[in-house]
Design a protein around this ligand. Structure first.
Ligand SMILES: Nc1nc2c(c(=O)[nH]1)N[C@H]1C(S)=C(S)[C@@H](COP(=O)(O)OP(=O)(O)OC[C@H]3O[C@@H](n4cnc5c(=O)[nH]c(N)nc54)[C@H](O)[C@@H]3O)O[C@H]1N2
Ligand SMILES: Nc1nc2c(c(=O)[nH]1)N[C@H]1C(S)=C(S)[C@@H](COP(=O)(O)OP(=O)(O)OC[C@H]3O[C@@H](n4cnc5c(=O)[nH]c(N)nc54)[C@H](O)[C@@H]3O)O[C@H]1N2
Ligand code: SF4
Ligand SMILES: [Mo]
Length: 778
């Protein structure tokens, strides 16, 4: 029995964990008090990671679909067949015929992504469809326009803020910020701090709030416009800050003051006086703001992201202590070499749906249309990795149809998922507990690093994700022949000798930079037994000189030995360590901005018409549309203690818990004469499914809530035969069907907070900015 330090892979916090390992199985888990970032914190999900690592649907060997079943094949056969199919398809139909779906499930395991990205790029394709592009690309697009880079985002300065406004964000359950329950509990107990929650339901976070604004779902754009107009009309804006840091205030004034805030707030079902008071407090205190899926996936979400930035800017709360600050990473701030528009102009747009690429991602909810289109260059081959599109993304039926139409579907996975089950090849990846993985996390004022050693021996023939893509690239002839000297230097164990050989090789081979991860994988990766670790070694050695001061602030020695010192720290600190820091007393947050003038730009011509189009009257009409057919609203996006997107696949985990129910307010239950626990048929514009009814105050009258991630459809899915794991099919993991009560007559409109809104309207810019028009995986 040994205790090993590692981390949780189930959300981006990557809390440090100590796992007790017996017979190569995790038997006990506790939060790691030595982890400087999480300090012993872990939520129910992290404490249950044995259910993520060990369950009946884990994969052990490469599989090939033959008819409706899977056969075990060798790695050589898998690589050979996939590579030859890939090259045939790309040769016959061009690089646009290849796409990947990746990213969402790699919240603790990002190392494989550069390898997959490189494979894709070397085959000429740009299509990376990612979960990010159904939640955050609207926000990123706005950040690109206002801050100059789609990679620059703000976070509330939690330690210093005195008023935190949380909109459409439920961190008490989603833990979508570091040590969330601990930090929020402390915050709410502090008499000098105020928590304002804007959420249609009495969420677990709303219960802690000093002020809970129970907004009518889908009206947040009206809410932000109202707040902006109140601040400007009351003259509460921070003129000095605006003079110094903001461009384009005139454009805001052109729509900001002349607005009927009272009518708007009436539509939001909020009290004008309370919202005015919140605005006053926000402008007077050291305030900060954070929104999440409740608005990122609601009506007008991209516009809301813009209005948030405007609100924070006029209140003078961006880039100030206690406000919204830019996390500190490794790269220096300052003007970007290319604007987001210039970058976008070089990227493809999707062919059938004409979506741009934002922050490197394409929206996964349009992929089925791209596959099923009759365009000659349509997508025909898909590699899925760290994602489960067949359950995670909108319109499962469309996805199923699209996957059946593919010439080649390859899924690289831990488990036999719904997406794997419809693929031609399924390749077993090592989990983050069986491979080296992790990385760097910009925070403020410090940057955190946790690159973890495997806690377990890999079982079966599982490989590191990076190794799988290296083998494919090699077979496809994408990796140049490397000199013996490079292999020898790698084998010598002398990292400086290897570094010198590598630099010499790169210096004399101008095309080498296009394949560096693969070169490292084949040389150093082979020598040290991990391609991920080899890639990390390289990353330690290419830190920009501007990072020297930050590394020194964290206790490292700047200079030529810095890369190796940090690489050594990875081994010496299995609990993670601070890799860099800035000194808050003399730190200028605005140095992060990537605009050429170092100011925040608020004039976004692309949004002007959209802003004017939304007024209380028109919004009221839109929100009432289809009310006869669909009198209720629904969010199918609750992220709570009993789910972790689709990644927790062991039914044991939630044994005896009501993990997957439709939550309805008891008042609605009474009005519809429905009882807690009965099965109901939920019908939306997208389809129908049967689910257990749960009468709960966590819902809001007229508003049904369904957790994300679970498989609640009653349709059978082909799962094929799973030779290595159990023969259990996915449909059997659900609770047994019971008699249904049909509430389809009542109808539901699918909607916000975890998927879309756009049953109601289809704002053009939302589409243009990469937020997809369809959602809800049913
Ligand atoms: N336990 C658990 N934690 C998770 C995950 C998980 O699956 N399970 N997933 C992780 C991931 S990938 C993500 S992106 C995050 C998501 O983290 P959150 O965004 O915090 O999670 P949600 O449950 O979607 O919470 C959104 C809140 O918005 C509210 N809301 C719904 N509609 C509206 C609206 O129209 N307006 C407003 N203002 N609010 C609205 C909902 O009532 C809900 O309380 O969670 C992460 N953490
Ligand atoms: N209805 C509804 N749908 C939603 C949401 C919602 O609120 N409502 N939320 C959306 C959000 S915010 C998100 S982020 C997405 C998430 O959806 P996805 O992007 O599909 O991500 P996950 O479900 O977390 O994980 C997908 C797969 O990654 C695999 N995986 C985990 N670690 C590794 C690894 O190291 N290597 C490999 N190869 N695979 C690995 C897991 O086994 C899992 O099957 O879902 C979205 N879908
Ligand atoms: S908050 Fe929970 S899910 Fe997120 S990393 Fe920590 S333990 Fe894992
Ligand atoms: Mo997410």
């Amino acid at each position: 029995m040994t205790v090993k330090k590692t981390a949780c892979m189930l959300c981006g916090n990557n809390c440090g964990l100590e796992v007790t390992v017996e017979d190569n199985r995790i038997v006990k888990v506790r939060g790691d008090k030595d982890n400087p970032r999480s300090q012993g914190y872990a939520c129910r999900k992290g404490l249950s990671i044995k259910h993520y690592q060990h369950h009946a649907d884990r994969l052990y060997h490469p599989l090939k679909r033959v008819g409706n079943a899977f056969e075990q094949i060798s790695w050589d056969q898998a690589i050979e067949e996939i590579a030859s199919k890939l090259s045939e398809i790309v040769k016959a139909y061009g690089p646009r015929s290849l796409a990947t779906v990746a990213g969402g499930g790699s919240q603790g395991c990002p190392s494989q992504i550069p390898f997959l990205g490189l494979l894709l790029r070397n085959l000429g394709s740009q299509y990376i469809y990612s979960a990010l592009a159904q939640e955050l690309t609207g926000r990123y697009w706005v950040d690109g326009k206002t801050y100059g880079s789609q990679a620059l985002h703000t976070e509330p300065h939690m330690e210093e803020t005195d008023l935190l406004m949380a909109v459409g964000w439920n961190p008490m359950m989603s833990h979508h910020t570091d040590q969330s329950r601990r930090v929020l509990a402390k915050f709410s107990k502090d008499p000098d701090k105020l928590l304002v929650v804007v959420d249609p339901r009495r969420s677990e976070t709303a219960k802690l709030a000093d002020i809970h604004l129970e907004i009518r779902p889908g009206t947040d754009a009206m809410f932000y416009r109202a707040m902006i107009s109140i601040v400007l009309n009351e003259g509460w804006q921070k003129d000095d800050y605006i003079d110094k840091h903001i461009n384009g205030l005139d454009s805001v004034l052109s729509w900001g003051t002349d607005f009927d805030a009272a009518a708007a707030l009436k539509l939001c079902e909020l009290d004008y006086g309370r919202v005015r008071e919140v605005c006053r407090l926000f402008t007077e205190k050291r305030s900060s703001h954070r929104s999440d899926l409740g608005v990122l996936m609601t009506r007008h979400s991209t516009l809301i992201s813009y209005l948030e930035t405007v609100f924070l800017s006029i209140c003078g709360r961006i880039g100030v202590d206690g406000g919204n600050i830019f996390p500190v990473g490794v790269r220096p701030g300052g003007p970007a070499s290319e604007t987001p528009d210039e970058i976008e102009a070089k990227r493809w747009r999707t062919l059938a749906t004409d979506f741009p690429c934002i922050a490197g991602c394409y929206p996964p909810n349009v992929l089925p249309e791209e596959i099923l289109s009759d365009h000659p260059e349509r997508v025909r081959a898909v590699i899925v990795s760290t994602a489960n599109p067949l359950r995670s993304f909108a319109d499962t039926s469309a996805y199923e149809k699209a996957f059946e139409a593919l010439d080649l579907a390859v899924t690289v996975e831990l488990s036999m998922t719904e997406s794997a089950a419809l693929s031609h090849y399924v390749l077993p990846a090592r989990s983050g507990y069986e491979s080296w993985d992790g990385g760097m996390r910009p925070l403020y004022p410090k940057t955190f690093m946790h690159f973890r050693a495997p806690a377990l021996e890999p079982e079966g023939e599982r490989l590191e994700g990076g190794e799988i893509y290296t083998r494919l690239a090699d077979r496809l002839g994408l990796i140049p022949e490397l000199p013996d000297a490079l292999y020898q230097a790698a084998d010598s164990g002398n990292h400086s000798a290897f570094r010198a050989e590598l630099m010499a090789y790169i210096g004399s081979n101008p095309s080498a930079p296009q394949t560096i991860p693969f070169i490292l994988a084949k040389t150093l990766g082979k020598a040290i037994g991990s391609v991920h670790l080899a890639w990390q070694w390289f990353n330690c050695h290419i830190l920009p000189p501007s990072f020297n001061d930050r590394a020194a602030e964290a206790g490292f020695t700047p200079g030529p030995g810095l890369g190796e010192e940090i690489f050594q720290a990875i081994h010496d600190h299995p609990e993670g360590f601070w890799i860099g820091a800035v000194n808050p007393s003399d730190y200028d947050h605005f140095q992060s901005l990537a605009t050429t003038d170092g100011r925040i730009h608020l004039d976004l011509p692309e949004l002007r018409d959209w802003i004017r189009e939304i007024d209380p009257e028109r919004e009221a009409a839109k929100l009432e549309e289809d009310k006869d057919a669909y009198p209720l609203l629904m969010s199918s996006g609750l992220h709570w203690d009993l789910n972790a997107n689709t990644a927790m696949r062991d039914p044991e985990w939630n044994n005896g818990k009501r993990a997957f129910t439709a939550l309805m307010h008891p008042k609605d239950g009474e009005a519809l004469n429905m009882a807690d626990g009965q099965m109901v048929k939920v019908t939306t514009e997208a389809g129908s499914a049967t689910i257990e009814l749960h009468l709960s105050g966590l819902a809001r009258p007229g508003y049904i809530v369904i957790p994300t991630g679970s498989d609640w459809c009653t349709r059978e899915r082909p799962t094929g035969q799973m030779p290595i794991s159990s023969p259990r099919t996915h449909t059997e993991t659900r609770s047994p069907p019971r008699p249904c009560i049909d509430i389809s007559g009542a109808g539901l409109k699918r909607y916000s907070g975890g998927q879309l809104s756009l049953g109601i309207s289809k704002p053009k810019l939302l589409e243009e900015s990469g937020c997809s028009p369809i959602s809800w995986s049913l």
